[in-house]
Design a protein around this ligand. Structure first.
Ligand SMILES: [Zn+2]
Length: 307
């Protein structure tokens, strides 16, 4: 793992699957913005910190997910202050509250599959707060909910905007079969909100450092809308959620056998379905104990199976 300077005291640590931003507050002290995966990141991250004679004084987290909060508890046990957005601090409290992020899982599954993301925060950032001071440095906070319920972006004192998982780079987007948006509506709104910022640089967790993100925002919005359109297209005839899951699983060539990835897939598909229903593109019909979903016919569209 390497640490590279972005601007002033703002650096990024290059982990295999994500960038971990890092702000230097003293000769030997840093604040991490998120903390990476427990496995495989912890060992290499600690080795880098040892090599550079750095201590983690605090972690400011964007949201509770295994690849972003996997080492919060570890650094907390070594004396770091864990600062989280209010809603994410609630999610991280226990396997039961972790269900708020993984509603398809039982508390037992949350503990087994995603336990490393859980942490009891030392301090919370309330949604109405626009900045937070940590170790004498002031960070601007931007609410970017949608990817998760309390997801935030963080602007360092060097005017570097860490957008967390609100945006993905083009190559990561192309590989993502069914990306995570707990609320598509709010996630799209948060992505559009990013058009209003003019910062010196931007860090995307997955993955890169950019000076201009305008085209990237366009691309992220278009990609989400395309996924949603594609999935709506499968609902020409009424299907249960499980039937749709089978169709999408095959169409998107999802082949994972890992229980955690399967849980993420099921949750993410359900979030698309909720979005389509809320938007009125898909209707839910409940009969005889079974819910089926079907695309709503718009005027001018040929009737189902009309040939
Ligand atoms: Zn995430």
């Amino acid at each position: 793992m390497e640490r590279k300077r972005v601007r002033g005291n703002t650096f990024v640590i290059e982990a295999p699957a994500e960038l971990i931003p890092c702000y230097q507050v003293g000769e030997h002290e840093v604040i991490l913005l998120d903390s990476g995966y427990e496995t495989p990141d912890r060992e290499a991250l600690q080795a880098l910190l040892d090599r550079e004679q750095l201590q983690v004084a605090a972690v400011i987290g964007t949201h509770i997910h295994t690849d972003h909060s996997g080492n919060h508890s570890y650094f907390q046990s070594k004396g770091a202050e864990i600062v989280l957005p209010f809603v994410e601090a609630a999610v991280g409290q226990s396997p039961l509250t972790g269900k708020l992020a993984f509603f398809v899982c039982s508390p037992g599954q949350v503990e087994t599959l995603f336990g490393s993301m859980l942490v009891k925060a030392d301090r919370v950032i309330f949604p109405q707060e626009t900045e937070v001071s940590v170790c004498g440095a002031t960070f601007r906070i931007v609410n970017l909910p949608g990817h998760t319920a309390g997801h935030i972006g963080i602007i360092t004192p060097d005017d570097v905007f860490y957008v967390g998982d609100a945006l993905m780079s083009e190559d990561v987007l192309q590989k993502a079969k069914l990306p995570t948006s707990l609320s598509y509506a709010m996630d799209l709104e948060s992505k559009r909100k990013l058009y209003d910022y003019r910062c010196d640089a931007y860090i995307l967790a997955h993955k890169g450092v950019y000076e201009d993100i305008t085209e990237l925002i366009d691309c992220n919005i278009a990609s989400r809308e395309e996924k949603v359109r594609e999935i709506a297209g499968f609902l020409q005839e009424p299907m249960t959620a499980d039937e749709l899951s089978q169709v999408v699983w095959r169409a998107f060539s999802v082949r994972t056998r890992q229980p955690a990835r399967i849980a993420v897939y099921l949750r993410n598909l359900h979030c698309v379905l909720e979005y389509l229903c809320d938007r009125g593109d898909v209707e839910r019909h409940f009969a005889e104990g079974v819910t089926r979903y079907v695309r709503k016919q718009t005027s001018g569209e040929p009737a189902v199976n009309s040939g």
